[in-house]
Design a protein around this ligand. Structure first.
Ligand SMILES: CC(C)(COP(=O)(O)OP(=O)(O)OC[C@H]1O[C@@H](n2cnc3c(N)ncnc32)[C@H](O)[C@@H]1OP(=O)(O)O)[C@@H](O)C(=O)NCCC(=O)NCCS
Length: 148
C-alpha cells in the first residue's frame, strides 16, 4: 500500500490543491479564490502526499473565522478514500489550530453530501444550524462544530 505523508502545504502545492478541490468538491471556487484563501490562511493548509508517486492525493484547507477554526475545504482523491487519509488531515489540522490557541472548529456541508456528513460525524462534529440556500445552486448547508 502507498505510503502517505501529511505535511504543511507550500506555495508550490497550490496548483495540485486547486485541482483536487475542483475535481472532488462541488464548488464555484476559482483558482484565484483558493489562492486568496491560501494567502490568508496558508498555515492551516495541509496536504497528503503519496510519497511513492510524489503526488498530492488529499488536502484540508483550514481557516480562522469569527475567532475559531474553520474548514473551508477537504478532499481525498477517490481511489485513496477510506484509508484514514481524511482523518489524518483533519486531526493534524486540529493540532495546528490548538497550538494557536483555538478551541473550536466549524464547517458547512451540503445537506445532500451524506458521505462527508458521515465522515464529520465520525470525527465527533455535531450539527448546530442550517443555512437555507447557502450554496450558489440554492442547496442548504448544515453547520457543524466540534471542540478540539
Ligand atoms: C469526506 C472525505 C474527505 C473523507 O476522506 P477519507 O480519507 O475517505 O476519510 P477516512 O478514510 O479518514 O474516513 C474515516 C471514517 O469516516 C467515515 N466515512 C468516510 N467516508 C465515508 C463514506 N463514503 N461513507 C460512509 N462513511 C464514511 C467512516 O466511518 C470512516 O471510517 P471507516 O473507513 O473505518 O469506516 C472524502 O470522502 C472526500 O474527499 N469526499 C469528497 C469531497 C467532499 O465531499 N468534501 C467535504 C465537503 S468540503
Amino acid at each position: 500500500m502507498a505510503s502517505i505523508e501529511v505535511r504543511h502545504a507550500e506555495e508550490k502545492d497550490l496548483l495540485a490543491i486547486t485541482k483536487l478541490w475542483q475535481r472532488n468538491i462541488k464548488t464555484i471556487n476559482t483558482a484565484t479564490d483558493i489562492a486568496n484563501l491560501y494567502r490568508y490562511f496558508g498555515r492551516y493548509f495541509l496536504i497528503a502526499v503519496d510519497t511513492e508517486r510524489g503526488e498530492a492525493v488529499g488536502f484540508v484547507a483550514g481557516a480562522v473565522r469569527d475567532g475559531h477554526g474553520h474548514i473551508s475545504g477537504i478532499a481525498v482523491e477517490r481511489e485513496y478514500r477510506r484509508r484514514g487519509i481524511g482523518s489524518a488531515l483533519i486531526t493534524n489540522l486540529y493540532d495546528v489550530l490548538r497550538k494557536d490557541g483555538f478551541k473550536r472548529i466549524t464547517l458547512e456541508v451540503r445537506k445532500s453530501n451524506s458521505n462527508a456528513i458521515r465522515f464529520y460525524e465520525r470525527q465527533g462534529f455535531k450539527p448546530c444550524t442550517v443555512i437555507n440556500g447557502y450554496y450558489a445552486d440554492g442547496e442548504d448547508a448544515i453547520v457543524y462544530e466540534k471542540d478540539i
